[in-house]
Design a protein around this ligand. Structure first.
Ligand code: RIB
Ligand code: CA
Length: 312
């Protein structure tokens, strides 16, 4: 279906994630189109114990022999915000994976992030959950912002779209202080937010196609999709679901299918109704940009890439 151009080199990535149904589909996508150096886990959709176990189990399902380092169990301020109502109590909907044989490489994700960017050039950081681990690494070793090729986050939104509140996207809302550290750090930052990810939706027709393909991974992604639809729409399988985290991975591996603009973005940490809002300055004469914000995605191509990765 897709022939990778011979000269297209897979970008090398360090992924921070909180699996999570869409994180799981993102790892399937990353396994196909990137070279994964390592993975760090963070509390988010479900507890750190569950996101870490899910990550280890997904690596074994995908045959990924990469180190997994556990990170923060709560936000910088000690808060825990989870989303079992969207991802299920264990974090992967109805999917149960065999207990992972491998264990974590460490429980200090921030140190692994610092060491990775100190010793590796041309390494992209992709964050699919709350930004606590990233913020801890930057606070502990500010110089890594100059060593990170770029940081692509699934998080926030342009145009004030929220999901966990009317104003805030989940990954930012779960740790606004960490997000504020990241957005003000000077790191080369790409924000793939809800305004973009809602353009890339999958549902019943894709899960049926994946089931027909009948491989272990295609059936796994089909079950993840059905779980996502059932949990978000209370069983109404006629509705499609947004591919939040896979979009962040594809923004690194296939940037040609995205349109981004330089913007100044601030994170609201104090507002009663707006805590966790990513305020994107779209004025005619805006403040100095600190981020590239995703606005458009070639949804048809991105869905093809996700399906292609799932039908291995
Ligand atoms: O708002 C969507 C984001 O929050 C996704 O990364 C999802 O996995 C949750 O972490
Ligand atoms: Ca996530």
């Amino acid at each position: 279906m897709f022939r990778r151009p011979i000269n297209k080199v897979k970008p090398r990535v360090l992924i921070d994630c909180d699996p999570g149904i869409d994180d799981a589909i993102a790892l399937v996508t990353a396994a196909k189109y990137t070279e994964i150096l390592g993975i760090t886990t963070v509390a988010g959709n479900v507890s750190l114990e569950s996101t870490t176990r899910n990550t280890l189990a997904l690596c074994e399902l995908l045959g990924l022999d990469v180190p997994v380092h556990a990170g923060a169990a709560h936000s910088l301020r000690g808060q825990v915000v989870t989303a079992e109502e969207v991802h299920g109590d264990a974090g992967l909907g109805t999917l149960t994976l065999p207990t992972p044989k491998k264990n974590i490489a460490s429980d200090d994700a921030a140190t692994y992030i610092i060491e990775s960017f100190t010793h590796h050039k041309n390494l992209h950081l992709v964050a699919l959950g709350p930004l606590t681990n990233i913020a801890k690494a930057i606070e502990r070793e500010p110089n890594i912002v100059n060593q990170i090729t770029d940081l692509t986050i699934m998080g926030g939104s342009a145009r004030g779209i929220g999901n966990v509140t009317a104003a805030a996207e989940f990954n930012i809302f779960a740790d606004p202080e960490a997000a504020s550290v990241v957005f003000s750090s000077g790191v080369r930052l790409k924000m793939i937010g809800l305004n973009l990810t809602h353009q890339v939706q999958m549902g019943l027709s894709e899960s049926k196609r994946l089931t027909r393909h009948n491989s272990v991974i295609s059936r796994t992604v089909a079950e993840l999709l059905l779980s996502y639809q059932s949990l978000i729409y209370s069983g109404n399988l006629a509705k499609t679901v947004p591919m939040h985290d896979p979009c962040a991975i594809l923004a690194v591996s296939h940037p040609e299918f995205f349109t981004l603009s330089d913007r100044n973005v601030n994170v609201e940490t104090a507002g009663t109704y707006t805590r966790g809002l990513t305020l994107v300055d779209e004025r005619r004469v805006p403040a100095e940009p600190n981020c590239r914000v995703g606005y458009e995605a070639n949804s048809r191509q991105l869905i093809k890439l996700i399906l292609n990765a799932s039908m291995t």
